[in-house]
Design a protein around this ligand. Structure first.
Ligand SMILES: NC(=O)c1ccc[n+]([C@@H]2O[C@H](COP(=O)([O-])OP(=O)(O)OC[C@H]3O[C@@H](n4cnc5c(N)ncnc54)[C@H](OP(=O)(O)O)[C@@H]3O)[C@@H](O)[C@H]2O)c1
Length: 340
């Protein structure tokens, strides 16, 4: 059994990790920790898990982490890198924060307003969009798990390098409220979110450099994107609509074939004839993709859907863990969506 730990278990992504990993057949969940809630039983934080996971949450202890085979850091950015630098020589790390996603320390500072602590660790980190980086993930010791919006935008754009103009890409994304984490914030109050719909961080969201860096590497040229996130009054799920100008004429069937061929070995990516919907992926690690060709304007319009906390965070983290340890990639990840 692989000995694992979760740090930040009191957050939404930490809870998802706890649920997935406690049912994973190759894993021994040895340690889960939190800064502020240690000493409490899991059921005191999450009453729905009271009799299922009776264990107590521990404090964050570097020596304890060093004795594990792998650890999931489900912490805010800047906190993850503090811990990662002390444990990286002892244990494999899957980090859910943004601390290791950008390869350039100056770009990290520009977007996250903080000096990066370790250029050496950044160089070591592998960007964990599993479908695009599987070979590198196999031998990695530090995974930078992608952002939720970034996952929902990069997956539908990755196959299109030969057919779209990389200078005119627009992504318009809508996320459920759990994307902002469990911490109380005024803008996430029921009366602010319910029956409301609004954009935020327009052209300034921190997933922009992550999307641009990853797509530029796939396309082997500089890719720029206009990205607008929105807060959707649902608990979980992201739907991204991506618009791009075509460089050459492509029919809908030809475009679908490009996707089916590109993702032919990827169980979690499903290309659909019809437009996808959140109901079909919520609670799963799937990314469903649908598209139409806007012939009048010579554009392709692609719609992707994911569960922000599964394929957008903890599910993808476990998918990466499975690849790192040579396990079946789907192990622990339920294919059944929460429906109805
Ligand atoms: N939610 C999503 O859909 C999603 C998707 C992709 C990636 N992510 C990323 O995953 C990470 C966790 O997200 P989340 O949504 O689970 O956030 P969250 O619900 O706010 O949870 C944050 C966790 O970090 C801990 N924490 C906060 N500040 C800390 C500090 N200074 N030292 C030690 N622990 C600290 C909290 O523990 P305490 O209870 O002790 O404060 C909590 O367990 C973030 O980096 C986020 O960007 C989230």
């Amino acid at each position: 059994m692989i000995k694992i730990g979760i740090i930040g278990v009191t957050g939404f992504a930490g809870l998802e990790l706890l649920k997935i990993l406690s049912l994973h057949k190759d894993v021994s969940l040895e340690y889960f920790a939190s800064r502020s809630e240690n000493g409490k039983r899991v059921g005191e934080i999450y009453p729905q898990l009271d009799t299922v996971l009776p264990n107590r949450i521990e404090s964050i202890n570097i020596e304890r982490i060093k004795g594990l085979d792998a650890v999931f850091l489900s912490l805010p950015h800047t906190v993850s890198m503090e811990i990662a630098k002390d444990i990286c020589d002892y244990v494999k790390i899957i980090d859910l924060s943004a601390d290791f996603r950008l390869s350039n320390v100056d770009i990290y500072k520009l977007w996250y307003k903080k000096e990066h602590l370790s250029k050496a660790l950044l160089d070591k980190a592998v960007y964990g969009l599993t479908e695009l980086n599987r070979a590198k993930i196999k031998t990695a010791s530090l995974i930078a798990n992608p952002g939720c919006y970034a996952t929902s935008v990069i997956l539908p754009l990755a196959p299109l390098s030969d057919v779209i103009d990389e200078n005119y890409i627009i992504a318009d994304s809508k996320s459920g409220v759990s994307g902002a984490g469990r911490k109380a914030k005024e803008g996430l109050l029921f009366c602010e979110v319910n029956e409301n719909f609004k954009s935020y961080s327009v052209a300034q969201h921190r997933h922009i450099p992550e999307i641009e860096e990853t797509l530029s590497s796939i396309y082997e040229k500089d890719v720029k994107i206009t990205f607008t996130p929105h807060l959707l009054p649902v608990q979980r799920g992201i739907l991204s609509t991506v618009y791009a100008n075509l460089k050459k004429s492509v029919s809908k069937n030809e475009a679908l074939s490009i996707y089916r061929d590109f993702y032919k070995n990827d169980f979690f990516i499903r290309t659909k004839e019809e437009m996808p919907s959140l109901n079909n992926v919520r609670g799963t690690n799937f990314c469903d993709i649908g598209l139409e060709i806007d012939e009048r304007n010579n554009r392709i319009v692609i719609v992707s859907v994911i569960d922000n906390m599964i394929k957008g965070a903890s599910g993808q983290a476990v998918q990466n863990f499975n690849v790192m340890f040579g396990l079946k990639e789907t192990e622990g990840l339920s294919p059944y969506p929460y429906y109805p």
